[in-house]
Write a protein of this length. Sequence first.
Length: 335
Amino acid sequence: MNPFELTRALIDIESITGNEKAAGEYLFDHLQRLASEYGGAIEKMPVEENRFNVFASWGEPVVTFSTHFDTVPPFFASSEDDDYIWGRGACDTKGIISAMIHAVQGLLASGIRNLGLLFVVGEERNSVGAYTASKTPRGSKFLINGEPTENKLALGSKGALRFEIIAKGRMAHSAYPELGESAIEKLIDALQHLRKMKLPQDPVLGASTLNIGTITGGRAPNVIPDAAKAEIFIRLVDDGHATRQSVHATAGKLAEAAEVLCIPAVRLGSLEGFETTIVSYTTDIPAFGGTWGKPFLFGPGSIHVAHTSEERIPKRQLVDAIKLYQRIARDLLGV
């Protein structure tokens, strides 16, 4: 399969977070042939029931290429034109998987070994695949993580802090609101305070940002609501400690702030001769905790179309990424 065919084949297997099994089986079968051809080893690394990472290696892995194969919803199948491959996961990250596999295949064909390929589940939700892999490192010294960076080396990426903001009230007939206590009004007030909260800034990573992602609550239009909840997502530029304290203090007595996830911002490795960038999204890199080696972040495609109905990857960038991945590996291996 050429890089475009493999990208489309991967896109056409729905792998929304939690439903990665079919895509994992496909990757395992595909890499099994590559492992057999070049004397490698391959395994499924259990994560949860019906969920597993896929790891292939040739020799003792010094450089490991890694990305995730889960996607956000909704699924839509692949298509292509002269310039782009379209579909859910095109750039985030099934085109990247194709580029990594073809890069490793080319390196193996030229006699270079000590390489690994690690594809993980769950990045789009809680990085469970990367956290699981961090518990069983295989000696890798360098981790090349794949996310859409437009083929530039990212010098840093923001972290993530997720909270559920939970408000409680007392039900009453809406004709007599004085007999109840509106959880929705308390939640709205708490969210307004959170929106005005001062967030940290960093000279390299920029400003922290806060997004109110979901709001739920209430029983009916004529019932004073007794429960309401919102989910907020903060992009961190530091370890999140100060922001975590601020969220709890700001929500105060109006609502409970229940922490769901905290991933710190990270600074990343650079190499001579590569364009560089800073990215505002979060990756699996912090979840690995350095156990798979010094991290680098690089991949074809633009994050600006990831998670959208216009998701696509430029064919030119996908092809260029194969050679650039090989160049990174050669630099790190010193060959």
